[in-house]
Design a protein around this ligand. Structure first.
Ligand SMILES: *[C@@H]1O[C@H](CO)[C@@H](O)[C@H](O)[C@H]1NC(C)=O
Ligand SMILES: *[C@@H]1O[C@H](CO)[C@@H](O)[C@H](O)[C@H]1NC(C)=O
Ligand SMILES: *[C@@H]1O[C@H](CO)[C@@H](O)[C@H](O)[C@H]1NC(C)=O
Ligand SMILES: *[C@@H]1O[C@H](CO)[C@@H](O)[C@H](O)[C@H]1NC(C)=O
Length: 564
């Protein structure tokens, strides 16, 4: 990094023309179009420098050099660096001084990224709702604008001499409900540009990402206006977490991939591209997390999203909060198949899975499910080869399966009972994790799961005695160690939540929402305090039915009753 000399250190008044930082060396200028193309595919260092109050406060330790090596070796070309500044101001109006140690830390992490020749986008992250929320009725617009300018002036000064691998993104997901809010978001973009240009250095040539309301594609299309006099090369960034129910495991939605599902992605990307025909576009956050989504559905989703984005010339940056994809401690990717789908541009072979919203059961070719006690027979898995041929299947040790272990047809792989019978079936659970290699593209995993219905250590509790906190119910897993969905019906047959789900398919009716109402850990299924409160409010005994994969109704589900 080039040494930085400051010509002007005193408090800078907004609107005044000042001399900014001067850098030695030169800046290898890049167009926004090239920057955007080269950052693809990108990865987000989420829940880290954006955590509040400080780095390390959420589920990740402070970032280490190795984290960036893992991202680079997985094939990512950029690391978006979300940063929350709220808790790092050391003075108030009018200076809004940012703690110099924090600025140094951000600068050091930027160096860790760029020293690996990775592109980066530095932003102002949760500040958007912590102090820069223009939708609040008591928002002091003068104060917000003053603080926002001062913040970006200081970031711009600190990072003024960084190379052209570094771009700035004005603000993350600014709250925005109306056209008037949209105009205030446009003001953020203007102030941001003024501040970084006033800060000087290489900033006047630096690529920037501008945003619209909520970093949402529709609000951006509706209300975004390009700042007058913009001279920086710019791209527009937006985010996409849709469909909500699949991404967030709401209302029992564990299926993705119908024509309508695919059309929704296509339409969203087509419309934003249609609104910004000549502007480089960055899809700065998207994710179907391995934590809570079904693998075959998730792989189809990632494949379709990145391919459709590429078709519309939109670069993508995967969200990762540290629990989603990269285990930063061990350096392993929790779902390597998704990562290779995202980082390859080759055609991928993928397991087939239920795509029908009216299905009454859900099977997935990401697994072979063997039921405890059933005779082991040949297992046929529908597979979408997409023009590739299967070249090998290997086990955890890397040993290739013998030729008679499986047979391949044009649309399926059939595993022989001879092979399946060699597996140790003493206990239910994952018997084997296989890796399938194809002539091109990703190498999906395939797990062989012996399952039986899990059992709970207790089957009821009095809601009043457990209210006020989450209720953990010890479980003995007997297959995959996570629930698929949870149904909640009161004793009179009423849906505890969202009775409109009666209009959804049989696997979604009366189902609650992951994280808000239910959860799990290694040893428990969990009803949240919100779910318990809902039972108390309903005043009726309520049966929670925990359902597991494969989703085959009552035969793979257990009940827990909260009484009133
Ligand atoms: C709004 O912020 C400005 C600038 O910080 C300040 O001078 C003014 O007093 C604030 N107004 C109110 C109503 O707090
Ligand atoms: C754009 O430039 C013109 C001419 O220099 C100036 O009058 C105007 O205030 C500028 N607009 C903004 C938003 O900076
Ligand atoms: C621009 O976006 C809006 C909102 O999504 C959409 O209604 C409109 O059709 C889009 N325009 C074009 C030309 O795609
Ligand atoms: C759960 O309880 C409901 C309602 O009492 C019942 O219809 C269903 O069969 C039970 N399911 C299981 C898996 O015990």
């Amino acid at each position: 990094m080039q040494p930085l000399r400051l010509l002007a250190l005193t408090a800078i008044l907004q609107g005044s023309s000042v001399l900014g930082a001067e850098c030695s060396g030169s800046f290898d200028a890049i167009t926004a179009k090239d920057f955007t193309a080269k950052l693809d595919p990108g990865w987000n260092l989420g829940n880290t420098l954006d955590a509040t109050p400080d780095e390390g406060s959420w589920n990740n330790a402070p970032v280490e050099e190795s984290t960036l090596d893992y991202a680079k070796s997985a094939g990512f070309k950029s690391v978006r660096l979300p940063v929350t500044w709220t808790h790092h101001f050391t003075s108030e109006s009018p200076d809004w001084t940012v703690d110099s140690e924090w600025l140094q830390r951000v600068s050091d992490v930027v160096d860790m990224i760029t020293s690996r020749d990775l592109y980066t986008l530095v932003n102002v992250h949760h500040d958007s709702w912590e102090w820069a929320d223009v939708t609040q009725s008591d928002a002091n617009q003068t104060m917000i604008e003053e603080k926002f300018y001062r913040l970006w002036y200081q970031i711009g000064t600190k990072l003024a001499c960084t190379s052209s691998l570094v771009a700035f993104e004005s603000i993350n997901e600014p709250p925005c409900e109306t056209a008037e809010d949209g105009a205030k978001v446009n003001r953020f973009n203007e102030i941001f540009l003024k501040a970084i240009n006033d800060a000087g250095g290489f900033n006047p040539q630096r690529v920037v990402n501008l945003v619209g309301g909520g970093s949402d594609s529709e609000k951006t299309s509706q209300w975004f206006e390009l700042p007058a006099n913009i001279t920086n090369p710019y791209a527009i960034q937006f985010h996409f977490y849709s469909p909500y129910d699949f991404i967030f495991s709401a209302w029992g939605e564990t299926i993705w991939g119908s024509d309508a599902d695919k059309a929704e992605i296509e339409t969203t990307l087509d419309l934003i591209r249609g609104n910004f025909t000549d502007v480089p576009l960055v899809l700065g956050e998207y994710d179907a997390s391995p934590t809570n989504t079904e693998p075959a559905a998730r792989w189809k989703y990632h494949e379709h999203l990145v391919r459709t984005a590429a078709k519309y010339d939109i670069s993508t940056i995967l969200w990762d909060n540290g629990l989603d994809h990269l285990d930063r401690t061990s350096g392993t990717w929790r779902d390597p198949t998704s990562i290779s789908i995202i980082t390859t541009s080759e055609s991928n072979s993928l397991p087939d899975s239920t795509e029908d919203a009216s299905a009454t059961s859900q099977w997935s070719s990401a697994y072979i499910f063997l039921k405890v006690g059933d005779e082991v027979t040949d297992q046929k898995l529908p597979y979408l080869f997409n023009g590739n041929t299967l070249t090998s299947i290997s086990d955890e040790k890397g040993t290739a399966l013998a030729a008679d272990a499986y047979a391949v047809s044009s649309d399926a792989i059939t595993f022989s009972s001879t092979y399946l019978s060699t597996l140790d079936t003493t206990n239910p659970g994952i018997l084997a994790t296989l890796t399938l290699e194809f002539s091109a593209g990703a190498s999906p995993t395939l797990q062989i799961v012996q399952w039986d219905t899990p059992s709970l250590s207790s089957t009821s509790a009095a809601a009043s005695s457990v209210s006020g906190s989450d209720l953990s119910i010890p479980i003995t897993w007997k297959g995959l160690s996570k629930p698929a969905a949870v149904k909640a019906l009161t004793s009179s047959g009423t849906y505890l939540f969202d009775d409109w789900t009666q209009y959804l398919g049989p696997l979604q009716q009366a189902r609650a929402t992951y994280n808000n109402q239910w959860n799990w850990d290694e040893e428990n299924v969990i009803l949240t305090s919100a779910a318990i409160d809902a039972v108390v409010a309903a005043g009726e005994d309520t049966v929670f039915t925990f359902e597991f994969y494969p989703r085959v109704d009552e035969s793979n589900a257990v009940n827990f009753t909260l009484t009133v």
